[in-house]
Design a protein around this ligand. Structure first.
Ligand code: 13P
Ligand code: SF4
Length: 311
């Protein structure tokens, strides 16, 4: 199938005939977001995986998102259009090294960001997303000794806003670490009324000058509710699609990266999923996500704990 209209029609027919649901993250290509049954942040995608009665979930996002859906709903078949859609942040935290870190710091509650492999979640006491990280950390006594992994920028930000001193794993996301403070400040001079929105995976010096820091869903909500007409957006470019759809009269300017020649506002992994791969995935029922049952049984507990606290 070559033309987009027939591709969209076929995806729709397959989804109906196979009782499949298409869940998409805000960083997906606009055409994938538009055909999805639901578009959301990583918390909302996990919540959907538990409440849908579809037999098949096609998770248009990255591998850990598909894995989280499978861990929560093992009776469903979960597919990701491109199995190579990984995550540099999840890659920055190999499970064996994280296990050593935990062992070297006994007596700590282990908090892991959802951007991790199932094996890391299996070592974890409670999972968080950027939407509920503050709420979940706040639910522990102030003097609780805690480890936070793998994103050091999010961890440092949560330490700051909760008044904690969690031990941080030294991991980061290649998309969120590349924004240029100097160029953002130049843009703010050019657009003096524009507000700077930043995902908490950005570096500390970007978060310090941001007008609003939050998860993808939080940034989107802010743009809808704010009276401001212009925003500089320091996160992956896919979110601009929903921002423009929700507020067509407003202007959204992607925050500039250090290297002007790179396409680094796009998450290379998120953008591996295409409409054609989505179609093939529904048609051929591959590539499928599988999680070792021993790991799944350990990993499901901290994810369910997160869902309970943030319900
Ligand atoms: P959200 O949980 O804010 O959707 O972020 C997911 C992510 O991968 C950020 O890079
Ligand atoms: Fe992972 Fe960064 Fe891509 Fe998010 S934007 S999926 S953290 S690599």
């Amino acid at each position: 199938i070559v033309d987009k209209t027939s591709l969209l029609k076929s995806i729709d027919q397959l989804r109906k005939s196979k009782n499949a649901i298409i869940l998409a993250h805000y960083y997906q290509e606009p055409e994938i977001q538009d055909i999805a049954d639901f578009v959301g942040d990583s918390l909302a995608l996990a919540q959907w995986a538990t409440k849908t009665d579809a037999d098949i979930i096609v998770l248009c996002g990255v591998h850990f998102m598909g894995e989280t859906a499978k861990i929560l709903s093992p009776q469903k078949r979960v597919f990701v259009p491109d199995l190579d859609a990984g995550c540099s942040l999840a890659d920055s935290c190999p499970a064996d090294e994280f296990a050593d870190f935990i062992e070297n710091n006994p007596g700590h509650t282990v908090v892991s960001y959802v951007n991790t492999t199932a094996a890391v979640k299996a070592l974890t006491d409670v999972v968080v997303t950027s939407t509920n990280a503050k709420q979940i950390v706040d639910s522990f006594p102030q003097d609780e000794k805690m480890i936070f992994g793998p994103d050091k920028n999010l961890g440092d930000y949560i330490n700051k806003i909760t008044g904690r001193d969690m031990l941080l794993w030294d991991g980061a996301c290649h998309v969120h670490e590349q924004f240029s403070l100097e160029k953002i400040l130049d843009l703010k001079k050019e657009y003096p009324d524009a507000l700077l929105l930043a995902h908490p995976e950005c570096k500390k010096y970007i978060l310090e000058v941001a007008d609003h820091v939050g998860s993808t869903s939080s940034l989107l909500k802010f743009t809808k509710q704010s009276d401001s007409k212009q925003f500089i957006v320091a996160t992956e470019s896919g979110i601009l699609h929903q921002m423009k759809k929700e507020s067509p009269e407003k202007q959204f300017i992607p925050a500039p990266p250090e290297d002007p020649t790179c396409a680094c506002n796009d998450c290379f992994y998120m953008k591996m999923n295409t409409l054609e791969k989505l179609y093939l995935c529904l048609k051929n029922e591959t590539p499928e996500i599988f999680v070792d049952e021993n790991i799944r049984l350990k990993a499901v507990k901290p994810i369910e704990r997160m869902l309970e606290i943030s319900a």
